[in-house]
Design a binder for this molecule. Sequence first.
Ligand code: GTQ
Length: 339
Amino acid sequence: MVEKRNFANRSHQAEKTDLWKEYPDYYRQLEDAHLWPLWEEIHKFTARPSPRSKVLPYLWQYKDARNLVLASADMLTAEEAERRVLALENPGLEHRLATTQTMYAGYQLLMPGEIAPTHRHSPAAFRFILEGEGAYTAVNGEKTIMNPGDFVVTPSWAWHDHGNETDIPMIWLDGLDWPLVNQLGLWFFEIYPEFQHPPIKNSGSTLNYTYKSTRTSLDEMQGSQKCDSCYGFKMRYTNPANNEDVMPTISAFLQLMPEGFSSEPYRQTDACIYSVVEGHGCTIVNDVKLEWGPKDAFVIPTWAKHQHFVESSDAILFSFSDRGVQEKLGLWREQRPND
Ligand code: GTQ
């Protein structure tokens, strides 16, 4: 049975009026009818001029996360785990397997000789490689070899398995639109009837944006374009077939900020998850200082004003968000210093 809301019991929750005391019969009828008086609630929204996110600015140091994820290999195999991953759970969104309101990130470990079995799900995913060399992800049977800095796309509902035929552990950052898909109530999942999808060559399913190529593009951009005062040189990963985001729900970026760079204050409506590739520096988000180095991950919440400060070598930062979704819905905004 659906639990009814009860006005008398809820009065501590700062309703706008005392009408329920004056018109108890009317309010009881509302409860019975599952009709709720907006005038008791709307002030909570009209008092807010802009988004107030539960997501907190937060940083995960790779050296800590690495030790913890490596320790898990003594406890269970990748196959037993289905996916042996430590989720980067935002401290403002506890118990939700979410890093921002719409996006999830996790550190996945694959030990030498292991295979994470074939499955598919409605959430879209990608891998951003942190450590190791030469393990593969197969998407609909097509294998791509993964190296540090590579960005490998697994679209919604594509079969995928991961395998490590090398003799060193592989660790990568998973990114999924899982919290968004859950909020839409659209979780589908299927296990492949066999352990592995048969290998297929050049199915066109796999997109691997290798670090070798993206790093070169960044260098070219630095040589030919002006440095943006808010984010340096920033590229968006696009699908060469249509020039759009790599997947409909996930937008991903790679940016170079030159050594010594301090960005101007900036904010945008998409909450972003960052993974540092090269360099050291810090990002001040509202009043929180996040000090980062290679492979650390951090979150900038929706509409939070932030500034980046780069130390003594160029910094390369990977990031992802739901920006493409917001743009398609006509909701994306940004604010630069003079806006
Ligand atoms: O590699 O397919 O981090 O299904 C979470 C769920 C990774 C994966 C995650 C998944 C995967």
